[in-house]
Design a protein around this ligand. Structure first.
Ligand code: C2E
Ligand code: CA
Ligand code: CA
Ligand code: CA
Length: 273
């Protein structure tokens, strides 16, 4: 509601103060968390649409806050980016994810999300090489997920980075496909290994013919240029049925599993092998 009179304005200002205070305290906590390593990786399986076997796990970061509990990456990743903490945090994620994946059966891969700032940081190659060397994970078992927003800067530089990554032998996925803009332009300049169809297109497939048509078009396009597709956010049997019929390569979503602790991921693996 609009502030009325002087009292209202004062109230409004004090609310802003409270918000600024909360943000400030979150920032202090985040700095300490990076120092103390108060983070945990969860792992969500990706399932082969045909064989229904695990192909990969996506590493999803959580902040295990001492008093607030688990904090979502949607809240603290942007903060870490603004505060210049995303490099140490991202390095930790890469090392941890590779080390974990090295304990899994050899045909299973690990997918790691890269922030646009990490993508552009010159130290990225060294970090990845170190993570692979320390863990002993084969490079082709590591998939890097990048979003369209990572590719907004100049095209030449992007292609350079992508090619250097490719030379390391890792796989590269385009995440949240279709939610940014000029997506198709990127495909012309660089061949990704995989396209992840954003969950906004998968959910409400039942009610929305338009989403169904978009999924169908993305799968056809990807197949046409030799990229595989992952359908994200598959929650129901109907959605699973649809994306399978459309020919998506892999399925990810609550229908098969929520993100799991490393221990539960191992149980999930054991149940299948
Ligand atoms: P994302 O890369 O698109 O990851 C998929 C998100 O969808 C995850 O949210 C996952 O838990 C959620 N999800 C999976 N299946 C379903 C489903 O069936 N239904 C619904 N409603 N949601 C589903 P989460 O774990 O909260 O992560 C949010 C975002 O935070 C990620 O989106 C990614 O952009 C970012 N993120 C997570 N971990 C990292 C990280 O280590 N580094 C960076 N830079 N970003 C990360
Ligand atoms: Ca992702
Ligand atoms: Ca995604
Ligand atoms: Ca997303």
């Amino acid at each position: 509601a609009k502030a009325s009179g002087r009292g209202g304005v004062v109230l409004f200002e004090s609310q802003m103060l409270v918000e600024r205070e909360q943000r400030r305290s979150l920032e202090i906590d985040l700095k300490a968390a990076v120092r103390n390593g108060d983070f945990q990786l969860f792992y969500q399986p990706l399932i082969d649409a045909q064989t229904r076997k695990i192909t990969c796990f996506e590493a999803l970061l959580r902040w295990d806050h001492p008093s607030r509990g688990m904090i979502s990456p949607e809240i603290f990743i942007p903060l870490a980016e603004e505060m210049g903490l995303i490099m140490p945090l991202g390095d930790w994620v890469l090392r941890q994810a590779c080390t974990q994946a090295a304990t899994w059966p050899e045909h299973m891969r690990i997918a790691v999300n890269l922030s646009p700032l990490q993508f552009r940081n010159p130290s990225l190659m060294t970090t990845i090489m170190n993570a692979l060397a320390t863990s002993g994970l084969a490079p082709n078992r590591l998939e890097l997920e990048i979003t369209e927003s990572a590719l907004l800067s100049t095209e030449e530089r992007n292609t350079e980075i992508l090619n250097s990554l490719r030379q390391l032998g890792v796989r590269i996925s385009m995440d949240d496909f279709g939610t940014g803009y000029s997506s198709l332009g990127y495909l012309k300049h660089f061949r990704f290994d995989k396209i992840k169809i954003d969950k906004c297109f998968i959910q409400s497939i039942q009610e929305d013919d338009c989403n169904a048509a978009i999924v169908q078009a993305i799968v056809e396009l990807s197949a046409g240029i030799g990229m595989s597709t992952t359908a994200e956010g598959v929650e129901t049997a109907e959605e699973l049925d649809f994306v399978t019929k459309q020919g998506c390569t892999e399925i990810q979503g609550y229908f098969f599993s929520r993100p799991l602790t490393s221990k539960d991921a191992q149980t999930f693996i054991d149940a299948q092998t």
